[in-house]
Every structure is written in structure tokens, then in C-alpha cells.
Design a protein around this ligand. Structure first.
Ligand code: GUN
Ligand code: ZN
Length: 434
């Protein structure tokens, strides 16, 4: 089936240097997007694309709304949908009091399947078409996660968490079991539909050195897979981690010693890095994943996004919700909070850069920009349609908006799922109705 979408198109070619950097993006005021077999066949002005469209192509007119690549969320926890909004003093208390007990429930396939349905409904409601997720330690949770992704034809990255200490018994594997079950998840799901499996040692606190060795073996056997873990989120966590691995120079060095750093490695949080650690991330091409609503909610700290990005040895950066430490599923709200964190650090995060990060930036950080994150021809037609006048307050404010960056900033500051008119997955309209 061929579909012709009409609307205001926005897609980034590269990271915008500043608000005047119009060469960094494509913006078509009256644009057309021809979609066939889940891919973008042609992009340009509506007149040009219409002329190239086959007879009988179904036309959907989204004017005056914006059509962007679907949002990408680089770090979420699939089993934490019922952990969001839990009242805790800090990360370790939050994990032990709420998160670990909740994740124990995912040993039950029926529970995992039920939450998977809600999980994808919620992400599609928010305009997010790709997420990078931690499942629980149980293979059942990864099975539910990937089965539902396939059903919806979504490009998802996820992994069975490996954890063999410092958590309740119901949430522990062993070095061998973590290895075997991760292998089984890879064999069963990687490359099926649009699924990508990630090697997922939760963090150094919950993995023994033997299990880190097992993760290293998997990384060697499957060098193309993503690796995800957590790094330097909270001062107490850092202190305890370094006690557990006294031979390592610092937290980052633990992962380096087990061969877990590289350009497919995604490190959640990475807030409190030394210069040495930032150098190591830069040199290995590892990605620091910023989770602003979580960092504020758990009181973890202020991630120096701008400072890390402008270093002589820049650190690659992704952005994410970190559900359920995070407090919103919305990537718009996520960048609103990211903006405020930079404000507190005396830095500016401009709205073009924010929208770049939610789309192409995260696709680059995932090394998946050939498939997602842009409106380029030949890539997958994962899209979000946004309305900057979705609520009375937004409509009123829009009366005084005259530029694209102003409109984007308004969307980021006041927008949420009400601003998402439609979400397309591989060309199919998928936003849940309620
Ligand atoms: N560190 C280890 N596990 C977690 C988790 O589930 N959430 C957050 N925010 N940090 C973690
Ligand atoms: Zn996390």
C-alpha cells in the first residue's frame, strides 16, 4: 500500500550549531512524504511528491501539523510501569523498596504480557516509536517484550537483565544462567521482526566479577549487539560500587576491565564522571545516556550535557525517560527537564538541538541512523505528527509564535501526549485512541 502524507516536515541532517543553523535541517512548509511497504519512498514539497505518487495512493492531510521522525527513548525499564511515582529518598532506597520487589512479578508470563501491552500503548501515545529497554532478570519478561514489539512491527532494543547479587532471591540469576538465558534471548529474538537484543548487565553492584566475565564473553561472541548498563548515577552508589571492585581505578574502569565499553555501549546516567572517565568514554565511543526527569526525581544530580558535548574529546550523548525512575513517558517533557538542568548549570540547550536529540541524535547514538531518526528516503517510516496548539494554553501562546524554533520550544515546554496527533510505525497509524 502506498500512502502520501501531507504536512510540515522537519528532519535533521546533523546536530544544529545554534538557532540560526538552518542548514542543519530540512523544513518543508507544505511537504509530502510518500510511504510504501513501511519505508519512506520520497520526501519533498507536496507538489513534487504528489507528482511522483502512484495513482490511487491514499492521501492523509496533516496540515497544519508538523511531521517528524518518531521519537527515540534511549533508556527505559519495561518492568517499572507500576514503579513510577514511588516516594523514595534516593536511588538505592528506591531500588530496594519499590523497584526490586516489583520486578519479581515478571517471572509470571501473564503479568509480563499484560504490562507489555500497556508499555507499547503508552509509548505510541507519546509519539515514541523506538525504545531501548531493560527487561527484568526473567527470560519471560524479554519474551513478552519482544513478542509484543513484533506484533506492532516496532523497532525495539531490549535485554534480559543480568544480576546475580545484592537483590532479592527472586531477582537473581547466576553467571552461567545469565549467560545461557541471554544467549537464548539473542537466538530467539535478535533480528526477528525489527527486534535488537542488547547485552544487559544491570550495573556493577548487582553483578559479581564472575557475571561481568560472562557479559564480557557474550560481548566477544556477539560484537554487533548493543551493551547497556548504568554508570555513576548517585554518590552513594558510586562509593559502594568502587568498594565492590577495589582493583578498578574508578566506576568506568570496572566496565573497561571487562571489555564492555565501545561504540555500541549505552551507559545510563553517567552524571558524576571524572575527566579521566569522560576521556575513556570518548576514546571508546561509548554513549552517556541522559535521563533528566529521573535525575531530578531521584535527586541524583545535574548531568553536564553541554560540557560533555563540547569537550576536546567529546562524549557521545543520548537522551531518555528512564521509566520508572523517570517521571514522564514523554520525550517532550524529557527535553523540557533537560533544558532546566542546563539552566541550573548556567548553560543553554536550544530547541533545535533538543528536537535533534529526540530523533536523529538518538538514532546516531544507537548507530541506527540508516534506519530511523530522520525522514530520509529509504529509511523506515516511523513518524510522529505534532500539534503545537493542542490545548487552550498552547493555542493562546501560539498566537505570538512566529518562528519554527519558537514553536518547537513551546511544544517542548507545554506539550505532552495531547500534542501527538498521530504516531506511525513503519507507515501504519498506531496512536491508541484513548
Ligand atoms: N541502577 C540500577 N538499576 C537501576 C534502575 O532500575 N533505575 C535507575 N534509575 N538506576 C538503576
Ligand atoms: Zn535505568
Amino acid at each position: 500500500m502506498t500512502t502520501l502524507l501531507r504536512g510540515r516536515l522537519l528532519s535533521f541532517h546533523r546536530a544544529p550549531d545554534n538557532l540560526a543553523d538552518t542548514a542543519s535541517y530540512l523544513y518543508e512548509e507544505d511537504g509530502g512524504l510518500l510511504v510504501e511497504d513501511g519505508r519512506i519512498l520520497k520526501v519533498g514539497s507536496y507538489t513534487d511528491v504528489k507528482a511522483a505518487a502512484p495513482e490511487g495512493a491514499q492521501e492523509v492531510d496533516h496540515r497544519p501539523h508538523l511531521i517528524l521522525p518518531g521519537f527515540i527513548d534511549m533508556h527505559v525499564h519495561f518492568p517499572q510501569m507500576q514503579v513510577i511515582a514511588s516516594y523514595a529518598a534516593n536511588l538505592l532506597e528506591w531500588l530496594n523498596t519499590y523497584t526490586f520487589p516489583e520486578e519479581c512479578r515478571f517471572v509470571e508470563s501473564a503479568h509480563a504480557a499484560r504490562i507489555a501491552t500497556h508499555f507499547y500503548d503508552e509509548f505510541l501515545r507519546q509519539g515514541t516509536t523506538t525504545a531501548v529497554a531493560y527487561c527484568s532478570v526473567h527470560k519471560t519478561s524479554a519474551d513478552a517484550f519482544f513478542a509484543e514489539a513484533m506484533r506492532r512491527n516496532m523497532l525495539m532494543v531490549g535485554g534480559k537483565v543480568m544480576m546475580d547479587r545484592n537483590a532479592p532471591q527472586g531477582l537473581l540469576d547466576t553467571p552461567q544462567l545469565g549467560y545461557d538465558e541471554t544467549r537464548a534471548v539473542i537466538e530467539q529474538w535478535h533480528g526477528k521482526g525489527r527486534n535488537h537484543v542488547a547485552i544487559t548487565p544491570r550495573f556493577a553492584i548487582t553483578s559479581t566479577p564472575e557475571q561481568m566475565g560472562a557479559a564480557q564473553a557474550l560481548a566477544k561472541e556477539f560484537p554487533d549487539l548493543h551493551i547497556q548498563t548504568h554508570l555513576s548515577e548517585n554518590h552513594e552508589e558510586i562509593r559502594y560500587t568502587c568498594e565492590l571492585y577495589p582493583e578498578a581505578a574508578d566506576y568506568t574502569d570496572i566496565y573497561a576491565r571487562y571489555g564492555l565499553l565501545g561504540n555500541k555501549t549505552l551507559l545510563g546516567h553517567a552524571i558524576h564522571l571524572s575527566e579521566r572517565e569522560a576521556d575513556v568514554l570518548s576514546e571508546t565511543g561509548s554513549v552517556a545516556v541522559h535521563c533528566p526527569t529521573s535525575n531530578l526525581f531521584l535527586g541524583s544530580g545535574l548531568f553536564p550535557l553541554k560540557a560533555l558535548a563540547r569537550r576536546e574529546k567529546p562524549v557521545r550523548i543520548g537522551v531518555a525517560t528512564d521509566i520508572g525512575g523517570g517521571s514522564s513517558y514523554s520525550m517532550l517533557k524529557t527535553m523540557d527537564e533537560a533544558y532546566k538542568i542546563q539552566q541550573l548549570l548556567g548553560e543553554r540547550l536550544n530547541p533545535l538541538n533538543s528536537f535533534y536529540r529526540m530523533t536523529r541524535g538518538n538514532a546516531e547514538a544507537l548507530s541506527l541512523v540508516d534506519r530511523i531518526g530522520t525522514l530520509e528516503e529509504g529509511t523506515d517510516a516511523d513518524l510522529v505528527v505534532l500539534n503545537a496548539s493542542a490545548t487552550p494554553a498552547m493555542r493562546l501562546r501560539m498566537e505570538t509564535v512566529s518562528t519554527l524554533p519558537e514553536e518547537l520550544f513551546l511544544l517542548q515546554t507545554l506539550g505532552d501526549d495531547r500534542s501527538v496527533v498521530e504516531t506511525y510505525v513503519a507507515g501504519a497509524a498506531m496512536k491508541p485512541q484513548s
